[in-house]
Ligand binder design. Structure first.
Ligand SMILES: [Zn+2]
Length: 308
């Protein structure tokens, strides 16, 4: 029986390895798209029920305006890279909620929320929209890189247990072993999942500046944004970020390293591409897709709502 489970697991793992197109990183994906979308929609709807939607029409318009352009850039990117099948998964919605915390998120499926605390930190300077684009680009980056699926897959692996995994590793190819080593690692939150989450954050930072650049924003604003975040937290990461996020200085140095390359590679992408996509995005933005209810409980509450 153990052998059968092990063999089933090997084939499952072999077909479940996909690649994040923008960075080329291999990732584990054991959870179906429909399960993720369904669970995410449930989480989002429950969040929106309890959240206080901003009544500040001007501020809301600012968030929606930038979010629409970032969403259009994401769609343009997915189209340009032949990932058109993924486009159908997005039914974009853009919200500003009253919450003093410095946060924002984008659920799988394109539900974007920016907290008023984040907008307050950014302020009303000339680089406001560029910094907001860095925030929203980062969050959309988590979504299009399918970090939610990956985290859920990691949790599924943990639930499968060490003995089954041991059997899998013993009789599998080098590729499978690598997948398991990457995703399962030491099997503890601080040994494996913590650095992996940091990897997600840096990857989302990178995709964020790509999307901001495609949308016609200045990617340099990602640096000033993180400088503001660092200053706001007195040189230390806010408590809720400490366990799962890289330090501001690490993010800033990575961004500074990547921005020139991103500008050179994506800076010539026509703003008109994003603009023409924007009309389509706007049309879809108010439509909420109906999705089937998740069949399993394993994918629920496993961090689909990924904050900054
Ligand atoms: Zn993040």
């Amino acid at each position: 029986m153990k052998k059968i489970i092990a063999l089933a697991s090997v084939s499952l793992l072999l077909v479940a390895c996909s690649t994040v197109s923008m960075t080329g990183r291999k990732q584990l994906n054991l959870v179906s798209e429909s399960e993720i979308l369904s669970a995410s929609l449930t989480e989002y709807q429950s969040y929106m029920k309890s959240a206080k939607v901003s009544k500040d029409a001007a501020a809301t318009a600012v968030v929606k305006g930038v979010a629409e352009r970032i969403a259009a850039a994401a769609e343009a990117y997915l189209t340009a890279t032949g990932q058109t099948a993924d486009l159908q998964n997005y039914a974009w919605e853009f919200n500003l909620t009253e919450d003093p915390n410095l946060n924002a998120f984008c659920m799988p499926g394109g539900k974007i929320v920016v907290y008023s605390g984040m907008l307050k930190l950014i302020g009303n300077g000339a680089d406001r929209d560029d910094e907001l684009a860095a925030v929203i680009g980062h969050e959309v980056g988590h979504a299009i890189a399918k970090h939610g699926q990956e985290r859920a897959s990691q949790q599924m692996l943990q639930q499968m247990g060490g003995s089954v995994l041991g059997a899998v590793v013993g009789g599998s190819s080098a590729q499978t072993q690598q997948v398991i080593a990457t995703a399962y690692g030491l099997g503890t939150q601080y040994g494996a999942l913590l650095p992996f989450s940091r990897k997600h954050e840096l990857e989302a930072d990178y995709i964020g500046i790509v999307l901001a650049t495609i949308a016609g924003y200045d990617a340099d604003a990602a640096v000033t944004l993180w400088q503001k975040m660092e200053a706001a937290s007195g040189g230390q990461a806010p408590a809720q970020f400490m366990s799962t996020h890289p330090s501001s200085s690490k993010r800033i140095s990575e961004l500074q390293k990547n921005i020139p390359q991103v500008k050179a590679e994506y800076g010539n992408v026509s703003k008109q591409t994003a603009a023409s996509q924007s009309a389509a995005t706007q049309k879809k933005a108010t439509t909420t897709k109906s999705t089937t209810k998740s069949k399993t409980t394993t994918t629920k509450g496993t961090g689909f709502k990924i904050g900054l």
